[in-house]
Ligand binder design. Structure first.
Ligand SMILES: Cc1cc2nc3c(=O)[nH]c(=O)nc-3n(C[C@H](O)[C@H](O)[C@H](O)COP(=O)(O)OP(=O)(O)OC[C@H]3O[C@@H](n4cnc5c(N)ncnc54)[C@H](O)[C@@H]3O)c2cc1C
Length: 540
């Protein structure tokens, strides 16, 4: 049988997008421009994705606010004013709502609608999507915008449900304020989220106990308000700033220093590190010597520098020692940026428990029992992160040709074409899925959405109804992504970027979950595919 054209009215929609974070919102905007009938299904009750769910105290950007916002609308850039260099979550959520209302996107977004299954049907060349409430919808195209960090994980600790106080995962934070005054609070986890939470609540709580398994290297955020003069300078410089983001390795405004760490004298290196440590944002990570993330000795110089800073900032040297990472070098995991985080441990009401020394045995009705002590708490905060990159895919029963499950296909690690498609899953494209360039993510989102939109427009204009990556294309891209990971110090470290999560079954073996090449190289490759009329795909 001949399948109907891409705009077929026999389906509920031309395209279904799963997720209404920054990816889903922009994808809706672009497909609507093509005049397509689009439906976005979102599990939450509002837009914003990351910024909708992560309402924990102190949640904020590590990207400069103005480099994070959408760049596609000059009008939006003129209208919106970020109040801080690194905006807090409430402001970013307001921004998302502003965007969705400005472009009248809300009417095509269906909230409280979790997609639990999506099955490809060859006969009609369409996707059949099932919602948790039993609703079924059919569309030609399926676009996943389900987030690289959107499926939270809780630690596998016995007795978690027995706790009689309040407990929260940071990514499932209540919408109402949580009263910490005078409370005995535990935070489990010291990744980027744990760091933001700890530094924000320490002064408010009665007593805070931080349970740390792996300390992370942190560097100062140096946030600040944006005054009127700076605001107008930022606006005037938008075109130049976004151009710079296009050129940098990971789309941040920070450009790596062209020198190697040992090309300069010890004194110069020290002065350079001091400068980076005193500057805003990810400069110390993304704007450092070009070899610190590939050369062990170069990396040791910055690790030693930051370790010294920790020792200077934390009064009790036993505590300082515990806060210094031993199993990975600076910047080889996602770098948390902090605001007086280390000084928190100088407070009388804060205690650090190293659970590699005294493991947590179980959660009790009153609190937490380690191998040496029982602690009583009113509130336990799980800052235990996400089942990253593939976690949200695993939660959906995604089936392609002949009912093949994506989860099975990716059992030994993701396999993708450009991080956007998978052979055997025709007409499905992924935004910010595995093997894409992440970095300063909205910059990557805008590129990927534009690329996917171009592909769909091409299909429509050419009367195509079936777009599929080829097995050879998938193999080649997957090999390429694996090759790019070779020689990076981050590839030798357990982290969400290498697919490790001790709290998720089956995620104990390292995989290559993300594209670690440069964003310009990624775009160049994808642009070439489009320029060549998508001939690398199986088109039908
Ligand atoms: C605390 C925190 C801080 C961050 N800070 C930065 C930063 O400073 N800079 C940066 O570049 N990145 C940052 N990130 C990464 C951030 O995730 C991205 O910047 C960006 O928001 C991703 O947008 P997205 O739309 O792709 O995914 P998300 O924002 O995660 O949105 C995905 C949406 O899909 C929905 N969804 C998932 N599965 C389903 C389903 N089955 N059915 C229906 N809906 C579903 C989710 O509910 C969610 O709303 C941060 C992440 C976190 C968690």
């Amino acid at each position: 049988m001949t399948a109907s054209p891409a705009t077929s009215s026999s389906f509920d929609y031309d395209a279904i997008v799963i997720g209404a974070g920054l990816s889903g919102m922009y994808q809706l905007y672009r497909l609507r421009e093509l005049g397509m009938r689009v439906r976005v299904f979102e599990a939450g009750t509002n837009v914003g994705g990351t910024w909708y769910w992560n309402r924990y105290p102190g949640a904020r950007f590590d990207s400069e606010s103005y480099s994070y916002g959408y760049s596609f609308s000059r009008e939006l850039l003129e209208e919106w004013e970020w109040s801080e260099h690194f905006a807090g979550q409430p402001e970013t959520l307001r921004y998302c709502n502003y965007v969705v209302d400005k472009f009248d996107l809300r009417r095509d977004i269906q909230f409280s609608s979790r997609v639990i299954a999506a099955v490809y049907e060859e006969e009609t060349r369409s996707w059949n999507v099932t919602l948790e409430d039993g609703g079924h919808f059919r569309s030609r195209f399926l676009i996943t915008a389900i987030g690289p960090l959107s499926t939270p994980t809780l630690p596998r600790i016995e007795g978690r449900d027995a706790f009689e106080g309040k407990s929260f995962h940071t990514a499932r934070w209540p919408h109402e304020p949580v009263d910490f005054a005078g409370k005995r609070v535990a935070v489990i986890g010291t990744g980027a989220t744990g760091v933001q939470t700890i530094q924000t609540i320490a002064a408010e709580v009665g007593h805070l106990t931080v349970f740390q398994r792996t300390p992370n290297w942190c560097a100062p955020l140096h946030n600040g308000k944006i005054d009127a003069d700076t605001q107008s300078k930022i606006k005037a410089a938008y075109p130049e700033m976004f151009r710079r983001c296009q050129e940098t390795f990971a789309c941040f405004i920070h450009t790596p220093d062209p020198r190697r760490a040992f090309e300069v004298s010890d004194a110069e290196r020290e002065a350079f590190y001091e400068k980076l440590y005193s500057e805003r944002g990810f400069g110390i990570w993304q704007g450092n010597f070009r070899d610190i993330l590939i050369d062990r000795k170069a990396n040791a110089t910055i690790s030693e520098f930051v370790a010294r800073k920790i020792r200077q900032r934390v009064k009790d040297q036993n505590v300082a020692q515990k806060l210094i990472p031993k199993n990975h070098g600076f910047g080889t995991r996602r770098l948390p940026l902090e605001t007086f985080y280390y000084e928190v441990y100088n407070r009388d009401n804060v205690e650090l428990v190293d659970i590699t020394e005294t493991p947590i045995e179980r959660i009790t009705p009153e609190g937490i029992k380690t191998s040496t002590r029982e602690y009583e708490f009113d509130i336990i905060i799980y800052a235990t992160g996400f089942d990253a990159i593939t976690g949200s895919f695993d939660k959906i029963d995604l089936r392609g040709v002949d009912g093949a499950r994506l989860k099975d296909r990716w059992k030994s690690g993701p396999q993708t074409y450009l991080g956007v498609m998978v052979d055997g899953f025709p007409n499905m494209t992924m935004l910010m899925g595995p093997h894409t360039a992440l970095g300063n993510i909205p910059r990557s989102i805008e590129y990927s959405v534009d690329w996917v939109t171009g592909l769909i427009q091409f299909a429509r204009d050419s009367g195509l109804t079936r777009l599929e990556a080829t097995p050879a294309g998938v193999e080649s891209w997957t090999d390429h992504v694996k090759d790019l990971g070779v020689g990076l110090l981050s590839s030798e470290v357990n982290s969400w970027m290498t697919g490790i999560n001790s709290n998720v079954e089956g995620k104990q073996t390292r995989i290559v979950a993300r594209y670690s090449g440069s964003a310009p190289a990624y775009r160049e490759r994808c642009d070439a595919v489009a320029a060549n009329g998508y001939q690398e795909l199986a088109l039908g």
